[in-house]
Design a binder for this molecule. Structure first.
Ligand code: GLC
Length: 606
């Protein structure tokens, strides 16, 4: 039985009084330590204690011990104990532990993994998003953590962008409605059931030229105000406590050094009183000299510096910036005030240690009830793009062949930021869910699996379900770059960090010819095909459409692949509609393209 949560000040005045009382007692080294976020692999409890580290994160795939909830609870319990060690007159300020639970707590083995944002956009239901966020919060709390780097509020403008699947839609109004619902579901009333949310990535991440991740977004004041700002206004209205800075530039200026956007717009004009956290070593990109970069980013409005590995070097740079006067003490106090305000409003200072909290290592983690909510989201995310010859719904008595490289692969259903940053393969790393094949076999036990389709036999099969699409990817490694691997030069000669992009064309038949080959081989035997596309975005599919009777966009459905069978066999109608325009050709650099299927398109079976 955990200790009762102590009553804590919730009225702004009481919060401010508490913040000022703590701030007044802090030594400079404690203030600077609070501004540092170390990564799990390079930040020990002793580091937290000796350097007053304000937060720790797990990058995607960075997991403790056996990667069970109990391992996570133990890790944060040790870090939390170190941060609240008041010996030698230290200020006992609990640290925040953050993770990317962007579509469920997908780092952790056995977690409930929901469809990525783009699929949730197809459901067009903010109430569903709030329920999903609540389930996700419970699973984050089961691991003893308290900060989630979600929601991503990108309004994607060019589907060549590798992070398209992290955007809910190209419609600002839908992203705004989802932003409010997600923050409400995640933070709740910030009692023992709430997790601190993070609106990201500020700002214009989905609008870069040619969709190049971390590239330059050329935004008019109208585009900024009408397209990219509304989701953040909604998140702020819902009380989001943190905002993460984007890697991209806006009109040639890196967001991490953009004082007008970080301070002028977000903090002053919009009155955001929470904390602004940098992205993963994002501070480094704003100047050739690291110490100068730290000065520019902190003076622009970065309050907490997220460090991929070497927080010590960046703490030295921060201290040097203060010692030289390049960073005014007033800016340091403002940053620390914001960090303390988040910790007070999140109830962190009054909460018992992670191991004693109500949800710690709870059996609700990955529970059937949680998976049922994710399965509902899967079936409501599906969009029927084509339906000929009344091939759907399938009937359990039919002789069904299931084929395609993604037919029995839960990892490919989940995509990036799932078990590993770039995702994984097969059914070992992500457990507790169901593949699309397993869902179909449950309804139709006589169904047969033939991944390459070679077992197709018109004497034995009435219909084939072929699961095709993109392989997992994340961030810039998911970019489609028609110009090949390019490092976009940015003003000042600075460039973004680029890894190998996913490809040079959105044409699925060019990027993955194996998919069309499987469909055509089955069709050549006279067996009708229901194609299921797993992808992080719209791709060019004219040849696959022409070869199939029915075609469903399933996006990246997550761990509950059985939700696809719920629609295939008619237990539920297919109700999803496109959350963004589906292009007919490769988009222009600004993302515009002739439209194959417009946003809002989706067939039904009833
Ligand atoms: C990544 C992503 C960001 C994520 C952060 C921490 O680079 O840009 O969305 O929250 O690092 O993993």
């Amino acid at each position: 039985m955990s200790a009762p949560t102590l009553p804590r000040p919730t009225a702004p005045a009481a919060v401010e009084e508490r913040v000022e009382a703590i701030l007044a007692r802090l030594r400079l080294e404690e203030k600077l330590g609070q501004m540092m976020m170390g990564e799990r692999a390079s930040t020990t409890p002793d580091d937290v204690r000796s350097h007053h580290i304000g937060a720790v994160l797990s990058g995607s795939g960075s997991v403790p011990g056996a990667n069970a909830p109990a391992d996570w609870v133990a890790l944060n319990d040790a870090l939390w104990a170190a941060s609240t060690d008041a010996t030698d007159g230290r200020a006992a300020i609990p640290l925040l532990y953050a993770v990317d639970a962007v579509h469920g707590h997908a780092n952790v083995r056995g977690a409930t993994i929901f469809p990525h944002h783009i699929g949730l956009g197809a459901a067009r239901d903010p109430a569903l998003i709030e329920r999903l966020a609540r389930v996700c919060a419970r699973e984050v709390l089961a691991t003893g953590l308290d900060w989630n780097f979600a929601p991503t509020l990108a309004v994607v403008q060019n589907v060549q962008w590798g992070r398209t699947y992290e955007s809910f839609s190209d419609d600002p109004a839908l992203v705004a409605a989802y932003a409010e619902a997600f923050v409400r579901g995640m933070q709740g009333t910030l009692d023992d059931d709430g997790v601190v949310a993070c609106a990201k990535h500020w700002i214009g991440d989905g609008a870069t030229n040619e969709g190049i991740d971390q590239g330059d977004a050329v935004l008019s004041p109208e585009a900024l105000e009408q397209t990219h700002l509304p989701p953040y206004l909604a998140a702020l209205r819902a009380g989001v406590l943190t905002v993460m800075v984007s890697f991209n530039s806006v009109n040639g200026i890196k967001c991490h050094a953009h004082g007008a956007l970080l301070t002028g717009l977000l903090k002053e004009r919009l009155g955001f009183s929470g904390l602004v956290v940098s992205d993963w070593d994002g501070v480094d990109q704003v100047a050739d000299d690291l110490d100068e970069a730290i000065v520019r980013a902190v003076n622009a409005g970065v309050d907490m510096i997220m460090c991929a590995a070497d927080w010590r070097r960046r703490l030295i740079g921060l201290a040097a910036g203060v010692a030289s006067g390049a960073i005014p003490m007033a800016r340091i106090d403002d940053a620390v005030r914001r960090i303390l305000r988040v910790k007070v409003r999140a109830g962190l200072l009054d909460r018992v240690r992670p191991a004693e909290r109500p949800w710690a290592d709870s059996e609700t983690f990955g529970s059937a009830a949680h998976r049922a909510v994710a399965r509902e989201a899967v079936r409501r995310s599906l969009v029927l793009l084509q339906h000929n010859d009344d091939v759907l719904p399938l009937r359990p008595g039919q002789r069904i062949l299931v084929a395609g490289k993604h037919a029995d692969d839960v990892s490919h259903q989940c995509g990036g930021f799932s078990a590993a940053w770039q995702g994984t393969h097969g059914n070992d790393a992500i457990v507790g869910g169901t593949s699309i094949w397993q869902g179909i076999r449950t309804v139709s036990p006589d169904a047969t699996l033939s991944v390459d389709g070679s077992a197709a036999d018109p004497q034995r099969h009435d219909v084939a379900v072929v699961v095709i699409g993109e392989m997992p990817y994340a961030e810039g490694m998911g970019d489609i770059r028609p110009g090949g691997w390019i490092t976009p030069p940015l003003p000042g000669g600075l460039f973004t960090v680029n890894l190998e992009p996913y490809g040079t064309t959105l044409q699925l038949a060019s990027r993955h010819p194996e998919d069309l080959a499987t469909i055509e081989a089955i069709r050549a035997k006279g067996i009708p095909v229901v194609a299921i596309l797993l992808s992080g975005r719209p791709v060019l599919i004219d040849r696959e459409l022409a070869a199939s009777q029915a075609f469903i966009a399933a996006w990246l459905p997550g761990s509950e692949g059985a939700g696809v069978a719920d629609v295939l066999f008619g237990a539920h109608d297919v109700t999803g509609v496109l959350p963004l325009d589906w292009p007919a050709t490769a988009p222009a650099p600004d993302g515009r393209a002739p439209i194959r299927f417009p946003r809002g398109f989706g067939l039904t079976l009833r």
